[in-house]
Design a protein around this ligand. Structure first.
Ligand code: GDP
Length: 700
């Protein structure tokens, strides 16, 4: 069957952002069902959900991997990009936000706006993603659409505009009122909600519907001066005018059109899909893709531009043993078999297979066009975040912003013969996810894996077992400390060795300066008059970088330092690359120890929700952990404590908070920033590292 062509203005790339358990998976399932691609409804509780590819996701009941699934809805093509609900997977959220053009913010009608929803909302604002809201679970006892509207205003600072009202709530929930059509919509249960029946608005709701329609039309008029005039002149706005104005406000993020329903009970999903088409942006609205190096270089979302796209997700395909790379095409066309450039790593790549992912099948394609989201096979070297483009018209888009890992564990294969298999598996997993880092500790011969959270690393270990058939012993979680300096110093070192015939000579002077937190490392060459020949400068940089890998304090990575090489000398015969690497490494190390070195630790933003009577106990548990309480709020009938706590103190906190609150307290945490470790604790950490043989005691 020939593929139906959709003009780019009828394409919607969107995601559903939700708190875990809000009903994102169920809603996604219903979207596939109503759009006719997937006829069997798989309920989450029986683990048959089609969007959740991975086994352990189903077992844990959470969605981890972002996958893009394509459906047709009337004259529109929708790509649903899956976003994870758990904060440990921030990088997954960021990567999906980067490639989608709009989002549905989904809330539970009982739980409302929860702490994690706030984080995801903030992330989406950072990427300027227009959103519509869907209040799900209207059938649950205690469901309250209007409460959620208030929470969106108060907690998110959003401006939600109800476009529908619920008819009833909880057990009596029985459809919605469409405030544009001014009709009641009911969902025929004989057809599992597939048939939408339009009826007159129930008499007892007419007044409320009129009040809310009035507010909605006013919000629409506010988006456009001409409409405002018409509105104040007392003229009726047409359906088309209202929709256009709401769309404009949604795209400018001045309003969030709000809907409601119950995915589980098959109510309200089709109007939500209509709203995705009516109000969320098309790739055309999302605008041009801009070069990271030169903002004047742009690619318009058109097939006539040179091809460029972003690889935003890599999945291992256990069936074929290969990799599937998900690509968002921003401009031009991507053709099967044509060479393309991975401009981030400067390598030409070729696609051997191109397809669109549907929930239950892959649709082969010959080409993908501007605005498409497609899956490719054959991009063996491309990593997540890389730009792909026409080799004749290279461009590099801004890569995805990934946070540094804050926690690590040592892994060892249970059977010795599996060492090689483990290495290959970890390499494949690291290609998938840039926030997952694998290192090998030479001193202890351990493989260390590091990531954004404890749960995240659990899942990696689980995947090693299931997908790669490597079972591992796992060490205790370790905090990813960092090292830095507090004062500028100059350091000089001579590396001289005379052993038998040819000797070794190198002489390096370095200036070390502290940098702003988060700026990383900078190397500057200020050598004049060739006192160190140009050919050895890369060796000096290499030596310094080697020293950065394991800092002199505790063997932790060194960050936020600028190193300037400004003087030195060489020997015609005895100088070589190796001598300069070693010399620079020693020079940096000695300088570092004189520059008021400082251990840094990850500090987490922690939110603890407890019933009021446990507030004292919860506060105590934060104080005990060197935490700072930064605020307290009422949230859905509970107290919410916001605090900053060092990650190192948070291990085992889920049990601790359960114990002091009789099982009623919950918490979330997310990485905030690195901060200096207090001296007495830093000393303990360093002593422990010395005992473990991970670092030698410094001379002074
Ligand atoms: P996710 O974690 O956001 O993907 O949420 P799920 O779709 O897995 O849903 C979590 C739980 O809520 C499951 O047990 C669903 O069956 C249930 N659920 C989802 N939507 C609704 C709804 O509209 N009403 C009710 N009562 N339950 C729902």
């Amino acid at each position: 069957m020939a593929e139906k062509r959709f003009p780019i203005e009828r394409v919607r790339n969107f995601g559903i952002m939700a708190h875990i358990d809000g009903g994102k998976t169920t809603t996604s399932e219903r979207i596939l069902y109503y759009s006719g691609k997937n006829y069997k409804i798989g309920e989450v509780h029986d683990g048959a959900a089609t969007m959740d590819f991975m086994v352990q996701e189903q077992e844990r009941g959470i969605t981890i991997q972002s996958a893009a699934t394509c459906v047709n809805w009337g004259d529109y093509r929708l790509s649903l990009i899956d976003t994870p609900g758990h904060v440990d997977f921030t990088a997954e959220v960021e990567r999906s936000l980067r490639v989608l053009d709009g989002a549905v913010a989904l809330y539970c009608a009982v739980g409302g706006v929860q702490p994690q929803s706030e984080q995801v909302w903030r992330q989406s604002e950072k990427y300027k993603v227009p959103k519509i809201a869907f209040v799900n679970k209207m059938d649950r006892i205690g469901a309250n659409f209007y409460n959620v509207m208030d929470q969106m205003k108060n907690q998110l600072g959003a401006n939600p505009v109800p476009m529908v009202l619920p008819i009833g709530a909880g057990e009596t929930f029985d459809g919605i009122i469409d405030l544009i059509k001014m009709k009641a919509l009911r969902f025929d249960m004989k057809s599992l909600g597939k048939t939408v029946i339009e009826e007159e608005i129930p008499a007892d709701m007419l007044e409320k519907a009129q009040e809310y329609r009035h507010k909605m039309v006013e919000s629409a008029a506010e988006q456009d001066d001409a409409l405002m005039e018409k509105y104040f002149a007392g003229e009726e706005l047409t359906v088309d005018e209202i929709k256009k104005a709401i769309r404009k406000g949604c795209m400018a993020r001045t309003i969030t059109p709000a809907f409601c329903g119950s995915a589980f009970k098959d109510k309200g999903v089709q109007p939500l899909l209509d709203a995705v088409c009516d109000y969320l942006p098309s790739p055309l609205d999302a605008g041009a893709a801009v070069s990271a190096d030169d903002p004047s270089q742009k690619r318009e979302p058109s097939d006539n531009e040179p091809f460029c796209g972003l690889a935003f997700k890599i999945m291992n395909d256990p069936k074929s043993g290969g990799k599937i790379t998900f690509v968002r095409v921003y401009s031009g066309t991507l053709k099967l078999g044509e060479a393309l450039l991975d401009s981030t790593i400067d390598r030409e790549q070729r696609i051997s297979r191109l397809f669109r992912m549907h929930a239950n099948h892959q649709e082969p394609l010959d080409e993908a066009r501007a605005g498409d989201i497609v899956a490719c096979v054959g991009l063996s070297e491309t990593r997540t975040g890389d730009t792909l483009c026409d080799p004749k018209n290279p461009i590099t888009l801004e890569s995805i912003d990934f946070p540094a890992p804050v926690i690590s564990v040592a892994v060892k294969p249970k059977s010795r013969g599996d060492n090689e298999k483990l290495g290959a598996a970890l390499h494949a997993l690291a290609m998938e996810d840039p926030t997952f880092v694998v290192t090998f500790d030479q001193e202890t011969s351990e493989t260390i894996i590091a990531g954004m959270g404890e749960l995240y690393l659990d899942i990696i270990v689980d995947r090693l077992k299931r997908e790669f058939r490597v079972e591992c012993d796992v060490g205790a979680p370790q905090v990813a400390y960092r090292e830095t300096i507090r004062k500028p110093v100059e350091s000089e070192y001579k590396h001289v060795k005379q052993s038998g015939g040819r000797g070794q000579y190198a002489h390096v002077c370095l200036k070390l300066e502290p940098q702003e937190p988060g700026t990383g490392f900078e190397f500057v060459n200020e050598i004049k008059g060739g006192v160190i020949p140009t050919e050895y400068i890369p060796a000096v940089e290499k030596g310094v970088k080697k020293a950065l890998e394991a800092g002199p304090l505790g063997g932790f990575p060194v960050v936020d330092v600028k190193a300037t090489v400004y003087f030195g000398s060489f020997h015609e015969v005895d100088s070589n690359e190796f001598a300069f690497i070693e010399c620079a490494r020693q020079c940096f190390k000695q300088g570092f120890l004189k520059a008021q070195p400082q251990l840094l630790e990850p500090i987490m933003d922690v939110e603890v929700a407890v019933p009021e009577q446990y507030m004292g106990a919860a506060n105590g548990s934060i104080n005990q952990r060197r935490g700072r309480v930064e605020g307290m709020e009422d949230r859905s009938g509970q107290k919410l404590i916001k605090a900053s706590v060092p990650l190192g103190e948070m291990f085992g906190y889920s049990n601790a908070i359960r114990t002091v609150t009789q099982g009623r307290g919950t918490f979330t945490m997310i990485f905030k920033q690195y901060e200096p470790v207090p001296k007495n604790i830093a000393d303990e950490v360093i002593q422990k590292r010395i005992k473990e043989g991970k670092v030698r005691p410094s001379a002074d």
